[in-house]
Write a protein that binds this ligand. Structure first.
Ligand SMILES: [Zn+2]
Length: 413
């Protein structure tokens, strides 16, 4: 992509009403633009990052047998009355009236939709298990939305729901999804800082699990067992002050951001919607269910919070908007033609490259490059051209080096 074709512009300063660091850097880089508190537009560079995160999630959930669907955003109030969540979730539900005063909600989660949906396709144990997911925007009427894209009123969510004949089958699948989640965090670059965290399971299970990423901007406190590399959250520390795996009571506290949660709901939602099946002996039983959430937009915000320096964002390679940022610092026609040829060749090879072909000063281009945080910066100037070289710098390192063009092609092939 040619940077001259990007309609977005970088900003020296973030708007004054943005207090969170993720929103400040994302706004300054032109990745997102605020609509209103907790509601953001995703611009070309930001959408590329979000799509990459979503695709990694998609690949890993497909790998554990999840089947992708798309459920509606809008749902009739009756479904929430059936589970009582029109009352218990009233504070965060956005509602709207349709024709004849019919009440609708904008879904904050989809148990009320997926459970009656699956009921249409399940009669016997032969129809189970089923594992379906979607990647969609969800809505929560947050009292305060000052955390940028970490806590939005509208946000991207991958929600997976699995349905099983037995608790044993549910337990086995739950473990598989747990592993898939760690693969996702590893691939998006936050694996090392992310802890499986024990949380309250409500009335149906002893524990549920959150995935918490260590971060100064985190709103949660977690209690870490270094021996097991797991953590427990605040609700659990009030019930027990030791590690649920090894019993260790020397737990260290740290701030963290919740980047996912998985929950064995068992029959909590299948009973209100009478989602039942007939087992091998002809006995009718309620279906066992679990739900697994992970927020792509929140992951994007978390990465910015933990991977940046004073100059801007440092994107991990697998989710960066582009792999290469090609900058032409030469002022004459020859340098531009040299850089332009390089850009075309990189494109021919299928390399993802943003080409700063703008008629701006070297200072502006270098500052913008640091702010945008693309992993490999390739600089072309009259000097590099005269030596038939490019200058390569990793965004995560200070060192620059001159590389012969022929070696450059080999290096990344
Ligand atoms: Zn432990």
């Amino acid at each position: 992509m040619r940077q001259s074709k990007l309609f977005t512009k970088t900003r020296k300063e973030a708007p004054k009403d943005e207090v969170s660091l993720n929103a400040q850097l994302l706004l300054r880089g032109g990745f997102v633009e605020k609509q209103t508190a907790g509601v953001y537009n995703y611009l070309p560079l930001g959408l590329r990052v979000l799509n990459k995160i979503q695709n990694i999630i998609r690949q890993e959930i497909n790998a554990v047998g999840g089947v992708e669907i798309l459920m509606p955003t809008l749902t009739q109030a009756e479904n929430y009355k059936a589970t009582g969540r029109d009352k218990t979730m009233a504070e965060v539900l956005f509602s709207t009236n349709g024709q004849n005063e019919a009440l609708y909600y904008l879904n904050p989660t989809h148990e009320e939709i997926v459970t009656p949906l699956i009921k249409n396709f399940v009669q016997s144990y032969r129809d189970l298990p089923i594992s379906v997911y979607q990647i969609q925007n969800k809505f929560r009427n947050e009292a305060r939305a000052k955390s940028g894209i970490l806590r939005g009123r509208e946000f991207s969510m991958k929600d997976l729901y699995s349905f099983h004949a037995t608790e044993l089958d549910l337990d086995e699948y739950y473990e598989k999804v747990k592993e898939a989640y760690f693969k996702i965090y590893q691939r998006v670059g936050i694996g090392e800082k992310t802890y499986l965290t024990y949380a309250s399971g409500g009335t149906f299970s002893k524990y549920s699990h959150e995935f918490q990423t260590l971060c100064e901007a985190g709103e949660d406190i977690i209690y870490i067992c270094d021996k097991c590399h797991i953590a427990i959250n605040k609700e659990i520390i009030e019930e027990q002050n030791s590690c649920p795996v090894c019993g260790n009571s020397e737990l260290k506290t740290d701030k963290a951001i919740e980047v996912g949660n998985i929950f064995k709901q068992k029959t909590k939602f299948t009973e209100p919607f009478s989602l039942k099946f007939t087992d091998e002996d002809g006995v009718e039983k309620p279906v066992q269910m679990a739900a697994y959430g992970i927020g792509p937009s929140r992951i994007m915000g978390t990465i910015v919070e933990i991977s940046h320096d004073e100059k801007g964002i440092i994107w991990p390679e697998e989710i960066a908007p582009f792999k290469f940022h090609l900058l032409n610092l030469g002022k004459d026609k020859e340098a531009f033609a040299f850089a332009d040829d390089l850009y075309r060749e990189m494109q021919t090879r299928g390399w993802e490259v943003l080409f700063d072909d703008r008629d701006d000063s070297a200072g502006i281009k270098l500052n913008d490059s640091d702010l945008l945080g693309i992993p490999y910066r390739i600089v072309v100037s009259s000097k590099t051209m005269s030596e038939n070289c490019v200058e390569l710098k990793l965004r995560s390192e200070a060192l620059t080096k001159l590389i012969k063009i022929a070696d450059f092609w080999q290096m990344f092939e």
